[in-house]
Each structure stands twice: as C-alpha cells, then as structure tokens.
Design a binder for this molecule. Structure first.
Ligand code: HEM
Length: 216
C-alpha cells in the first residue's frame, strides 16, 4: 500500500480523476447536454463538486490516522486546490454568465440574498488558503501559524453547507447529508485536539518532566 501511495503515478492518476467532473461538463457543453438552463447546470454541478472536494480534503487526516496511512497526506493539498478550482468556476459562472460582471448588481445580490452572502464568505475563507498552500508560504508563516490559518477550511465547509441549505429551500436532504459529514469531521478533529492537549498537559505534570530539584 505504501508503494502505491508514494508513487508519482498514483498522484498523476488522482489528478486526472479529479479532472473528470470538469471534463464531463466540457463534453456536455460541446454535445448540447447542459439542459434547458446551461448556466444553472454549470453552477449546480460545480457547487456540488466544490463541497465534495472540501469533504474529501477534510477526510484525509482522519483516514490517515485511523488506517495508519501517513502517506495519504501527499494528496491533501492537491484535493484542497481542486475544491478551490471548482469553486472558482462556480464563482466565475455566477460573475460572468449569471451577472455579466455587473459589479453594482453583484454587490447588491451579495448583500441582499443570504445564501449568496454565505457562499461569498466561503470563497473569502478559502482564498488565503489557496494562496498560502505552497511550501514557500509554510516556511514564511511557520508551521504553527500556517496550520492555524488552514483550519479556516472547516469554516468554509460549514459556510458551503449553510449556503446549500438556504439555496435548496424544499428538499434539504442533500445539504443535511453534507452537514452531517462536515459535523462528524469537525467533531473528530475537536476530539483529536482535546486528546493531544490532555496528553501534553499530562506529560508536563508527569514526574519525568518535573524539575530535578523542586523548590521546597
Ligand atoms: C465554499 C463556497 C461554496 C460552496 C461549497 C458552494 C456550493 C454550492 C452548492 C452545493 C450549490 C447547490 C447545488 C445543487 O443544488 O445541486 C450551490 C448553488 C449556488 N451557488 Fe454556491 N457555493 C459556494 C460559493 C458560492 C459563491 C461565492 C457564489 C457566488 C457569489 C455562489 C453562487 C451560487 C448560486 C447562484 C447557486 C444557485 C445556482 C442555481 O440555482 O442556478 N456560490 N453552491
């Protein structure tokens, strides 16, 4: 398994698999397969894939730890960047095809429709993460600060779920399903964090770590 996960070719294969939804969209576009409302079709498809990639990215750490597969980390950055790329197509479709780059109308829409406001917040949260996803930025920010910043992905995923929930209005089964997934991943992370803190405090208090000549 380790050989498979560390192979350059696995990464290349995952990269091309992640491009399939985009390829399918382009193929449909050239074959009149986008339905009666192509703009809506592109928006819904790219919105769905943004959320799927966010959930997959957030699942990497729990799976790494539970299955004892540390090499899964090699795919996390790429998957996160795919989430952001599908979001960019989603956002650009809205800006260009839906609103024709009419910035006055766009600001009005962002301020007026709560589901758009929350979606935009999700975009704003993910933007710095995409920018600082390189090794250079990890070095510049320092591991701890970089990690803190990148926790914003959880808030972006929550914003994405609320955006979806407010958008669908009647059949809320899918947004609730994604909400449950994000909730489980968030709880797992909090539990992990809680145990790490507890063992760090325990280590500090243990006799091994006590000062050699404690004050009387
Ligand atoms: C983290 C960020 C975001 C996520 C995860 C996300 C996800 C989604 C999802 C899942 C849908 C519904 C898909 C369906 O019903 O099958 C959707 C719809 C939509 N999103 Fe987003 N979105 C995000 C950000 C944005 C932003 C920044 C905008 C624009 C400002 C936007 C505009 C829209 C619009 C207009 C629709 C409705 C499309 C329609 O009904 O024609 N979204 N989005």
């Amino acid at each position: 398994m380790r050989a498979l996960l560390t192979s350059k070719w696995t990464k290349v294969a995952v990269f091309f698999i992640c491009l399939i939804p985009l390829g399918a969209l382009v193929w449909r576009g050239f074959n009149h397969g986008l339905g009666a409302n192509p703009v809506e079709f592109i928006q819904l498809t790219t919105g769905d894939w943004t959320l799927r990639f966010l959930v997959i990215t957030l699942s990497i750490t729990p799976f790494r730890k539970m299955l004892n597969l540390p090499d899964l980390i090699r795919f996390r950055r790429m998957l996160g960047l795919f989430a952001f790329s599908y979001l960019c197509i989603h956002f650009l479709t809205y800006l260009f095809l839906d609103q024709s780059f009419d910035f006055a109308a766009i600001w009005k829409d962002i301020a007026k429709r709560p589901f758009i406001t929350v979606g935009f917040l999700g975009f704003l949260l993910l933007l710095p993460l995409a920018i600082t996803s390189t090794a250079g930025w990890i070095r510049r920010l320092g591991g701890k600060r970089w990690q803190m910043l990148h926790r914003a992905i959880y808030f972006a995923a929550v914003a994405g779920v609320i955006h979806y929930y407010w958008k669908v209005k009647s059949d809320v089964r899918m947004p609730l399903f994604y909400g449950a997934l994000v909730g489980i991943l968030l709880l797992w992370r909090l539990r992990d964090w809680f145990f790490k803190r507890r063992s760090a405090t325990g280590a500090k208090l243990s006799p091994q770590h006590a000062p050699a000549n404690p004050a009387p």
